[in-house]
Unconditional design. Structure first.
Length: 342
């Protein structure tokens, strides 16, 4: 008996596993399930399936009953694999479990396959990402690279489109990915309307980098720690290598060598990193203009600040503030929302 009941629609199968994040299951159903043509006809049929149908544990305090098994994969035009927080799939050696491997063996040639968050581990364990660029949640990047060294991991972006295989970053990036697939399938007008109805931006600025805190680790034994502490107290001023070296009574050459040995980057790179972190804090916590923030963080000018900020985080200071400003918010006038629209 056929799993999909509506001929002519693009068939989307969402493959779930124990430890499912419920919000990730809802994303494809909510977005792709509400993509309609100009005449109001649905464009996708979305079903949930598992390697073995039945009760699937979620990350929450409830289970979901999945009616469909791996036979859904044999009919799907698109397969989406959400994350699961139980680390039994794939195994620690990067191998896929036999039930999941048997399910993947049913996928038809030409099926588009996508992952949300750490669902990328499943795609990689199936060999679908070998030699390709991919992403996953930034916190899982080190484990992913250890298990799948043949994959070109980009931990800064929201999603990666490699044609027939797509991967996305953390949970909310599943929204970006589904909107991208809708846009690719049916154009911007349809994707924008889905975004409007679900009250999400049709396109987000930047990538994962803006969400990641990357403080430079402090070495336990340090001969340059005094200089770093002094620099943090004087970030608003132009700082030279000689000034930093003088704090440790070293020559510039010796200081530069020891600094790189202890911190892992050059003094100038470290200063830029610390200034960017200070900028982030001021954008989030203050109403200072970009010019004022530049003056207080040692960048000197707004243009220099923007250049370094964009290079570090992939997003402009204005866009970053709009996203992370404490107490900020937006108001959207809309008609009463249907389910998944508010």
């Amino acid at each position: 008996m056929a799993v999909f009941a509506r001929p002519g629609l693009h068939r989307v199968a969402v493959l779930v596993r124990h430890g499912l994040l419920p919000i990730e299951l809802g994303i494809p159903h909510c977005l792709m399930g509400r993509a309609w043509s100009a005449s109001g006809e649905p464009l996708y049929e979305v079903v949930t399936c598992a390697a073995a149908p039945g009760a699937i544990r979620t990350e929450g305090d409830f289970t979901i009953n999945v009616e469909h098994g791996p036979e859904a994969l044999a009919e799907a035009d698109t397969l989406i694999v959400p994350a699961a927080h139980e680390r039994d799939e794939p195994y620690d050696n990067g191998a896929m479990s036999p039930p999941l491997a048997e399910a993947f063996a049913r996928i038809r040639p030409g099926t588009r396959i996508a992952s949300i968050c750490t669902g990328a581990f499943v795609l990689a364990s199936a060999g679908l990402l070998d030699g390709k660029r991919a992403t996953t949640h930034w916190s899982a990047g080190a484990r992913f690279q250890r298990l799948f060294p043949s994959v070109e991991l980009d931990s800064d972006v929201l999603y990666v489109d490699e044609g027939s295989v797509l991967t996305s970053a953390g949970i909310a990036s599943g929204v970006d990915l589904c909107l991208h697939m809708i846009r690719r399938d049916h154009g911007s007008a349809v994707a924008n309307e889905v975004a409007r109805r679900t009250v999400v931006p049709p396109h987000r600025d930047g990538g994962q980098a803006q969400f990641i805190r990357r403080p430079v680790p402090e070495p336990r034994l340090s001969s340059t720690g005094t200089a770093r502490a002094w620099a943090l107290d004087h970030l608003q001023h132009p700082l030279t290598l000689k000034q930093l070296a003088d704090q440790e009574a070293m020559s510039v050459r010796t200081f530069t060598r020891r600094f790189r040995e202890e911190v892992g980057v050059s003094p100038q790179q470290w200063l830029t990193q610390q200034r960017v972190e200070r900028v982030r804090h001021l954008l989030e916590e203050s109403d200072l203009s970009v010019d004022q923030v530049a003056a207080r963080t040692g960048f000197g000018s707004a243009s220099t600040l923007r250049m370094h900020f964009q290079a570090s985080l992939g997003v402009s200071p204005t866009a970053y503030r709009r996203t992370f400003r404490t107490g900020s918010g937006g108001h959207v006038a809309a008609s009463p929302a249907a389910p998944c629209e508010g």
